[in-house]
Design a protein. Structure first.
Length: 327
């Protein structure tokens, strides 16, 4: 099947949008784009200089997307998924758990059926980016300084391991389902937070980190830290190991090895320990029944909670005495 071609001019889309406005891929790319993509795929004006593109979708049919972005600094954080992006002189593989920064005036992205992408794009006027965020270009690795210093653009992208804080911020954008105006306020603030984190990463740790650690190890470390934060946030209803690995851009084995290296346990045991420690704290508080504690830590039945608790703590929940108040 011949790939369908779509095209977008990021500057034109940004100019067409009012503050707080969001447009779907159908509204921006083509009325028939839904036949090629399924899931969330929309654009949002962050401020007068910045456009946010949110991606959480699967390709249903092959397609190519031409992106024009004259004199824009474009930040892509891919949480999960891999695809090929072409600039005029070469192909680039965009991998998961990475941050790509580029100002190539035009690129073409290719997707195949079944490919999934989770992440965001942030496009910001280059001069405004430098002025607003005070990026010191002499802190940027020299081969990549034209990304920030030249309107002509360059084909190569500055590729960095995505910080755990930015993985979490992207996850929070993807999960936000509030109504307006809260949605716009929250998502726009997260986009600014991501840029601030990234500028700080470039200015304080890019060179040092690359000298201390292999890039692959640093990328995995950040992804594992983000996975642990997801478990801490969602301990009542934790994702499966496979789903969590996909969300942070690792495979199951990489995630398991990363947890063992950082925490000394598997992801499943780490998740279980969070629930059991919270259950113990609630029981020691003395104000809740065992059934209510079970519900609060995500168990549907008393029996399943009691068995898990006893296996973890070595004693049933009924044997956990409340803490006595200090005199």
């Amino acid at each position: 099947m011949e790939p369908k071609s779509f095209s977008i001019d990021l500057s034109a889309v940004h100019r067409s949008m009012s503050a707080g406005k969001a447009l779907t891929g159908r509204e921006v790319l083509d009325p028939h784009v839904d036949a090629y993509l399924t899931g969330d795929h929309f654009y949002r004006r962050v401020d007068e200089f910045t456009l946010l593109h949110v991606m959480d979708y699967e390709a249903l049919q092959p397609y190519q997307l031409t992106i024009r972005r004259a004199d824009l600094v474009c930040i892509q954080i891919t949480i999960a998924g891999t695809y090929v992006r072409w600039t005029p002189d070469r192909p680039h593989t965009v991998q998961s758990a990475t941050t790509h920064i580029t100002n190539a005036p035009v690129s073409v992205s290719s997707m195949k059926p079944g490919q999934k992408l989770r992440g965001i794009w942030i496009a910001c006027d280059r001069k405004s980016f430098l002025q607003r965020y005070a990026l010191q270009t002499d802190q940027v690795p020299e081969p990549y300084r034209p990304i920030f210093a030249s309107a002509a653009g360059m084909s190569n992208a500055l590729t960095l391991p995505t910080m755990a804080s930015n993985i979490m911020a992207v996850e929070q954008i993807l999960a936000c389902r509030w109504g307006e105006p809260l949605n716009s306020l929250y998502v726009n603030a997260k986009a600014v937070e991501i840029i601030c984190n990234l500028v700080a990463q470039i200015q304080t740790s890019t060179s040092a980190a690359s000298n201390r650690f292999p890039e692959a190890d640093l990328k995995r470390s950040e992804a594992v830290a983000a996975a642990a934060e997801i478990y801490r946030r969602d301990f009542r209803n934790p994702p499966t190991v496979d789903k969590l690995a996909f969300r942070v851009g690792l495979n199951r084995n990489e995630l398991t090895e990363g947890f063992r290296g950082q925490f000394g346990v598997t992801p499943r045991v780490y998740s279980l320990s969070l629930r059991m420690k919270e259950a113990q704290n609630l029981l020691q508080g003395g104000a809740l029944s065992i059934s209510e504690v079970a519900r609060r830590v995500g168990y549907a039945s008393y029996g399943s909670f009691a068995r898990a608790y006893a296996a973890f703590h070595g004693a049933p929940p009924s044997a956990t005495p409340p803490l006595e108040d200090e005199p």
